[in-house]
Ligand binder design. Sequence first.
Ligand SMILES: Cc1ncc(COP(=O)(O)O)c(C=O)c1O
Length: 396
Amino acid sequence: MQLSSRLQKFNEPETLKMAKLGRELRAKGIDVIDLSLGEPDFDTPTHIKEAAVKAIHDNWSHYTPVSGFQDLREAVCVKLKRDNQLDYQPENIVVSTGAKQSLANLILALVEDGDEVVIPTPFWVTYSELVKIADGKVVTVQSTPESDFKITPAQLEAAITPKTKAFLFSSPCNPSGAVYTKAELEGLADVFRKHPNVFIISDEIYEYINFVGKHESIAQFADIKDRVIIVNGLSKGYAMTGWRLGYIAANPTVAKGCEKIQGQLTSGTNSITQKAAVEALTGDLKPSMAMVEEFTRRRSLVLDLVKQVPGLKCFEPQGAFYIFPDVSYYYGKSDGQTIITNASDFCMYLLNTAHVSSVMGDAFGEPKCVRFSFANSQENIKKAWSRITDALAKLK
Ligand SMILES: Cc1ncc(COP(=O)(O)O)c(C=O)c1O
C-alpha cells in the first residue's frame, strides 16, 4: 500500500501518543495518573452548557458561515476590547474547530516551500509539524531556564533572514509557562519594525491562566498590529477542550485567506458550540477565574513537591498549567534494569515504574526537560509526585 510521502514529513503529537500509552496501561487494570495531557480537569461552566442546550432546542442545526456566525465574531471583538483593549471588527475574525485548526489554516495560508518560520524553543508540539506540512522550514531560537524561557530581541534579530515569513510563539507558553511582559514584547516589536514582511503569530490560548498579572498581547503595538495574528480559543480558559472552538484576529486579507482554506477543509465549525461560545465570551467569567485560583493552588503544591526531588531543576511557571523541569541529572543513571539515556527513556521509566504519564521535552524542542501537567486534582498531584519521587530514588 503506497501512502503519500507527506506522511513522512511530520510526527504525530507526542502528547497524544503518551496519553494513548497511559490509556493502554489503564485498560490492563493499572492505576495510571495522567500528567501528559494539556486540558483542564474541570467541567464546562453551567451557563455555557445551558446556552448550548438552548441552541439545540432553537434548532441551530444547519451549516454555519465558514468564518463563524456574525454574533460570535462580534462577541470575539467585544472580548478583545474588554480584555485586551484591542479594536477589531467581525471581518478580522475567523472562527475554527479549535485553535489547532486556526493555526493550521494560518500556516497553510502564509507559508510555502522554503519559507522560514521562526519559533522560540520550547514550543507547542504542533507548531513545527504544521510548518513541515506546509513545506516550510522551522528555524528555532533557543531559550533556556536561565533566560526565564524567553528569547531576547538580539536572538530574534539573528534568526530573521530574507526568507522569514513568520514568527510563531505562545505567551503564556506551553510547555514552559513563560509569560512575556509588555516591555519584553516591546523589545521584540522593535525588531519586527525593522522587518516589515514578517508576520507575527501570537498564540494566546492560555491568556486567562496567568499567575503573574495582566496578560499582554503583542498586537497592542499599533504600528505592527496589521501583521500580528492573534490565535485564541475556549479550550483552556473555559474548560471546553472537547467543544472545539478557536479563533484568529487578523487583518482582513489574512482572515480571508484562512477562510478560503477552511472553506475547503471543514466549513464553519459546529453550530451549537458557536452559540455556546457567544455566552462564554460575553457572559460571567467567575467560573473561569475560580478555575485559575485552583490552578494557582496546584502550582504552589507541585512546586513544593518538585523541590523535594533530588536533581530536578524547575523553572517556576508564570502561566499555563505545566511544569517543565530539567531532568538531565538522571541521564546515564539506571535502576539495574533500565538505563535512562534521554527524556524519552525518562518518561517511559516513569510510566512503567511510577505509572505516571508525562511528555518528553524533545517534542517541544528541549531534550533536557520533561513536561508534567498540573491540571489534575491536588490528590492526584500528591499521589503522582510521591510515586515519581520513589521511582527516581531507585536510579543510581
Ligand atoms: C499553545 C497551544 N496552542 C493551541 C492549542 C490548541 O487548542 P485547541 O485546538 O484545543 O483550541 C493548544 C492545546 O493544547 C496549546 O497548548
